[in-house]
Design a protein around this ligand. Structure first.
Ligand code: TMP
Length: 211
């Protein structure tokens, strides 16, 4: 089931770290609220109180987290978030704009950690009772360019950001493969374009769905 089964609209932003998802999600939120739409902007991991605790483990735990445990933690965050935040908003007819969703698990745990993309996708579909976004915007960025942006930020890397370049190359390739497999759901944009150009492209894709 997609969000089509509800009255709302579910839009997700995906891409590697440093691709500019948060900026674009904020710009889309402003555009939609200015147009009078009710919007819930949220993120994974960490869109709920439980999720904040999970986020702290998956991003900041200093010792080892076994890859399967990591995949289950992201899925647990997602299950709780969808049931308590996302579905209720969609049922109220609102627009949910979300920073990362199940495609991130398929790319990072499935391809990055090499746990298997089909298994990881099935795990998330079970966790969410099959909820898929109406639109997914993929901000595509070469991992070496992303690394430069993160370095310039001068913040310490989290567990995932600190992974080797080969990990991030697998993540990027999987995101592109997911987009190619579902062209009707995905809008793929070159994340090196200026933010205003990216925002205009996102608005063009979303406009017919909010009329
Ligand atoms: P972010 O909120 O800054 O994007 O950080 C979340 C990190 O967690 C990012 O490196 C991607 C990673 N992640 C996964 O590995 N799997 C997932 O399912 C999600 C949602 C995020």
């Amino acid at each position: 089931m997609t969000a089509e089964g509800t009255r709302g609209l579910f839009i997700t932003f995906e891409g590697g770290d440093g691709a500019g998802k948060t900026t674009q999600a904020a710009l889309l939120e402003k555009w939609l609220t200015d147009a009078g739409r009710r919007v819930v902007r949220t993120r994974e991991p960490g869109g709920t109180e439980v999720g904040t605790l999970v986020r702290d483990i998956v991003l900041h735990h200093r010792g080892e987290v076994a890859p399967r445990a990591e995949a289950l933690l992201y899925a647990a965050d997602r299950a709780h978030h969808v049931e308590t935040v996302v579905r209720p908003a969609l049922d109220r007819g609102e627009v949910v704009i979300q920073d990362r969703y199940l495609d991130s698990s398929v790319a990072y745990q499935g391809a990055g950690r090499v746990l298997g993309t089909d298994e990881v996708r099935q795990l998330s579909l079970w966790a969410t009772e099959g909820l898929l976004p109406d639109v997914t915007v993929l901000l595509d960025l070469d991992p070496s360019v992303a690394r430069g942006r993160l370095d310039a930020d001068d913040k310490p890397f989290d567990r995932l950001e600190a992974e080797r370049e080969s990990f991030h190359v697998r993540v990027r390739e999987e995101f592109l493969a997911l987009a190619a497999a579902e062209p009707e759901r995905f809008l793929v944009l070159d994340a090196t374009l200026p933010p205003a150009r990216l925002a205009a492209a996102v608005q063009e894709r979303v406009a017919p769905l909010v009329r």
